[in-house]
Design a binder for this molecule. Structure first.
Ligand SMILES: C[S@@+](CC[C@H](N)C(=O)[O-])C[C@H]1O[C@@H](n2cnc3c(N)ncnc32)[C@H](O)[C@@H]1O
Ligand code: SF4
Length: 378
């Protein structure tokens, strides 16, 4: 039986952060029961399709899944266990926000088989947290982390963002240090992206956002990386670091271009040579599922060229890079034969390095990965 991963989207948040363009809403909590009913209907509609698949990992993301009552997560996961081959799921992650978990909620998560929690800390500096629209402070990160550990969640990720308005290098290093001192098993360290449609986009357009310059932003990234690696974390993807054995299995599915189904508003899927995505319109999502129609809003057939492109681009985001043997066994051709020109160009230019079994980005390549990626698009 082939493996498949599941992503489940929960699009509710207590309030909208100034930088975030994820599909999420605040102030529509009255629609949570309706949304969960739709998710259940969507799970049913995939039952036959997933009959011959074994669920490998589950990621409940958002939005803020911990913003809704645990009884809903219970219902969703319960329905998956009843209807899919999910007896041997290797990893179940839920995203939580600091201050939104208590002992009871965490205990239910654990009883449901959730064995990984990803918490959006973003920073440990209270004034920065306020500036980016977070409604928690550093103390909430500590207390939520403590509750989760005490209940026995043994794999906790903390998300941090660097390059925030008026953030200093010292701030960044302080936050990474705090995350390490808390004992995080995994740290995702993202560079701030100014996304259209966010408050920060408007501030930026009006010249009211004082962002660190590019050199400082890159220094933040490399200094934090040096620090985390020195503390025993493996830098295994451009933005991800983990203690040994705590790499995120679900995200590795995405980076290795393995199949996954996205359930919920605006979720994306990749299965049997097709990429497709759900509607991002809340009412359409609910209405279509009321009529037992899959809420798919678009699709793309992924031919061999498309798969090669994705495999190389995502492969190079992994710090180990592309495994030449795996490439050969998947595509039946040597990577050098297909991409000789691009490889030579970027090895000469110092952005790629050939380590024998692997081809990977150099330190300079990590900063300029987009220049490399372009040459892997056929
Ligand atoms: C699905 S989001 C949020 C999960 C959760 N609701 C939270 O806020 O903690 C996952 C992560 O993406 C990161 N993120 C979201 N928007 C970003 C942006 N514009 N730039 C960089 N990182 C971003 C944040 O670190 C966030 O924790
Ligand atoms: S960062 Fe998290 S809490 Fe903030 S708006 Fe986005 S999904 Fe919601």
């Amino acid at each position: 039986m082939q493996d498949i991963s599941l992503y489940i989207h929960i699009p509710f948040c207590a309030s909208k952060c100034h930088y975030c363009d994820f599909s999420s809403f605040s102030g529509i909590e009255d629609r949570i029961p309706l949304y969960v009913n739709s998710l259940i209907a969507e799970i049913d509609l995939y039952r036959q399709k997933l009959e011959n698949y074994n669920v490998k990992t589950i990621f409940i993301g958002g939005g803020t899944p911990s913003h809704i009552e645990a009884k809903y997560i219970y219902r969703i996961l319960g329905h998956i266990y009843e209807n899919y081959n999910a007896q041997n799921v290797k990893e179940i992650t839920i995203e939580v926000n600091p201050g939104t978990v208590n002992k009871e909620k965490s205990r239910i998560y654990k009883e449901l088989g959730i064995n990984r929690v990803s918490m959006g800390a973003q920073s440990f500096n209270d004034s920065l947290l306020r500036k980016i629209g977070r409604i928690h402070n550093a103390k909430d990160i500590f207390s939520s982390y403590k509750i989760l550990s005490q209940i026995g969640i043994e794999n906790i990720n903390l998300d941090l963002i660097f390059g925030l308005p008026e953030q200093t290098l010292n701030d960044v290093l302080k936050s990474t240090k705090m995350a390490v001192e808390l004992g995080a098993h995994h740290i995702s360290h993202y560079g701030l992206i100014i996304e259209e449609g966010t408050k920060f986009y408007e501030y930026h357009k009006n010249g009211r956002l004082y962002l660190p310059d590019e050199d400082l932003e890159r220094e933040m990234y490399h200094r934090a990386t040096e620090y985390l690696v020195g503390q025993g974390y493996k830098h295994y993807e451009i933005s991800n670091y983990s203690l040994k054995g705590y790499e995120c299995k679900h995200n590795i599915v995405y980076w290795d271009i393995e199949p996954y189904i996205g359930l919920g508003l605006s979720s994306h899927s990749f299965m049997e040579g097709r990429r497709f995505f759900n509607t991002s319109d809340f009412s359409s999502y609910i209405d279509l599922l009321k009529d037992n129609i899959l809420p798919v809003d678009g699709e793309e057939i992924v031919d061999v060229n498309g798969e090669l492109e994705d495999y190389c681009i995502f492969g190079l985001r992994k710090i180990d890079g592309i495994d030449k043997e795996k490439f050969y066994s998947r595509f039946g051709i040597n990577i050098e034969e297909l991409y000789g020109e691009a490889l030579t160009k970027h090895i000469k230019g110092g952005l790629l390095v050939d380590c024998g079994q692997f081809i990977k980005l150099t330190k300079k390549g990590l900063d300029l990965s987009n220049l490399v990626e372009i040459d892997f698009i056929k």
